[in-house]
Write a protein that binds this ligand. Structure first.
Ligand SMILES: [Fe+2]
Length: 178
């Protein structure tokens, strides 16, 4: 079948994106990923992202899907999983040394403040980082925290630390993924 008109993809999240609301936000208020070998927090963040960008390949992701999508590692309620995040400080976050459960509630409450009628959105904020519990089951932090990005295609220009951080990733040189 031949399509007569191009298909328009609707992304509902675009209706709720905050970017324009932050047009006047000072640069210093955004997360700072600049390189500073004297600052232990920035070194930690950079190390986490470089490990992630070096090791996250299509084959690696397929292996993790095979491992985790059997759902046979542990059983927990959402609340139990959130409480576990009390013991996790996200090594990829340059802004905070607070446990991740605080980040979960802060995110949910901030969304509730801005979108009081969208209860699905509050819940999404609360659970958006729950996957980090995999860090308690022998996954290194670089494997479960930080910004996500697609594999199996050219690395996007918006990825933090840019092309330099992917120079040791074998997929960077795979012509299938250009
Ligand atoms: Fe988060």
């Amino acid at each position: 079948m031949r399509l007569l008109q191009p298909v328009t993809l609707l992304d509902p999240s675009q209706l709720l994106r905050p970017e324009s609301a932050f047009d006047g936000k000072p640069l210093s208020a955004f997360r700072d990923y600049s390189v500073d070998d004297e600052d232990p927090v920035r070194m930690r963040v950079r190390r986490t992202y470089y490990n992630m960008h070096t090791n996250m390949t299509v084959d690696f992701v397929k292996g993790k899907m095979n491992k985790w999508l059997k759902f046979n590692h542990f059983k927990a309620t959402v609340k139990e999983a959130l409480v576990r995040l009390n013991e996790l400080v996200d090594e990829s976050d340059p802004d905070t040394d607070l446990p991740n459960i605080v980040h979960a509630f802060q995110t949910a409450e901030r969304i509730r403040e801005d979108h009081p009628d969208d209860d699905w959105f509050h819940l999404t904020g609360l659970i958006h980082d729950l996957g980090k519990v995999m860090a308690f089951y022998e996954e290194p932090q670089w494997c479960v925290v930080g910004d996500t990005f697609p594999v199996g295609c050219k690395w996007g220009p918006s990825i933090v630390y840019g092309d330099h951080s992917f120079r040791d990733n074998p997929d960077t040189y795979n012509t299938k993924y250009k």
